[in-house]
Design a protein around this ligand. Sequence first.
Ligand code: GMT
Length: 382
Amino acid sequence: MQDNLRIGIVCYPTYGGSGVIATELGIALANLGHQVHFISYDKPFRLDLLSAKIFYHEVTIPDYPLFEYTPYELNLTSKLVDVAINEKLDLLHVHYAIPHASAAVNAKKILETYGIDLPIVTTLHGTDITLLGKDKSFKPVIEYAINMSDVVTAVSESLRSETLEHFNVKNHIVTIPNFIDLSLYDIKKNNLHRSNYAKIDEVLITHVSNFRKVKRVYDVIEIFEKVSKVISAKLLMVGDGPERLAAEQLCRAKGLTNKVKFLGKLRDVEKVLIISDVFVLPSSTESFGLVALEAMACATPVISTNSGGISEVNIDGKTGFLSDVGDVSKMANDTVKLLEDKNLLDKFKHNALVHSKSYSLHNILPQYNRIYKELCQLKKNK
Ligand code: GMT
């Protein structure tokens, strides 16, 4: 069997952890020598095409007046069939169940009529199971996509158990946690100055998300308000999304505008995380919390909820503190406790950095690579 494979990767190109993981996985696979074809409706936001091994195929959606609702999944399915045939893909790795896994299994069925066997690896990332999956109208499609994939992976133990609990899964689900490329987190190379945002005697608290409801951005502001009554502090809100305007309005109403800065979407979030003292993630659900791991890789402790898979990443009393969803008083008290005790803060910073290393790309990439090779070997033996 050849060592270098032709791998198709389907992901959301937008500001979110699943797109980040898919992009960084693709880049790492290309660095290993595989040829990687990204397929999406836009170029993934962290993808630079500066590699002879990386290709991007855009799914275009024709404007057809008959369709009241554009059938994106069908355009994606056709594109997958086309790329699989013409680029001679060995396998497809799709991130997120809907519509990526369901389009992929349909493409697989179509390709069978051409005599082509295309193994599908599906990675479940979270809201595809925890939110969409609980919506009964999607359940049969998600269940089918999971059961028809050749290999299914989940990004945390918690997501794996939730999937098994809510769906009639016939496939084995492998947990492969998210990862980070530690070379991107070189504190010494950071050229963003903390003094841009906080005075020397102020602490810097940061939140990064896509400002969806599940992120509970108002809790971030409530926590910050409580902390800033005790400690001189500034808050950086990074990202954008449906709740941003209301969050800005809440800051105005609370008279916090001189202390809270909304930076919008940033490509290199690590630059901000490195200069932060504490990272806050009060989500109501989080299958993994990639950005918490990114903060930890910057030696920044995490104040978070204990929902979903976050507790697998942020270790309570070691790399940060965990609280029940909505318990803003405890999250504020924990933040103050950390920031007022320099020894404790230094210990947590050290622990966060050390713990993040167990999620290094170097440790996780071989797990995906092994799956790909086994699938191709199976295909060859058929
Ligand atoms: O969190 C989001 O809103 C975006 C979503 C995504 O699909 O990118 O994130 C999910 O996948 C990430 C990568 O695996 C996880 O780190 C996030 O925890 C997960 N989000 C939720 O479960 C809410």
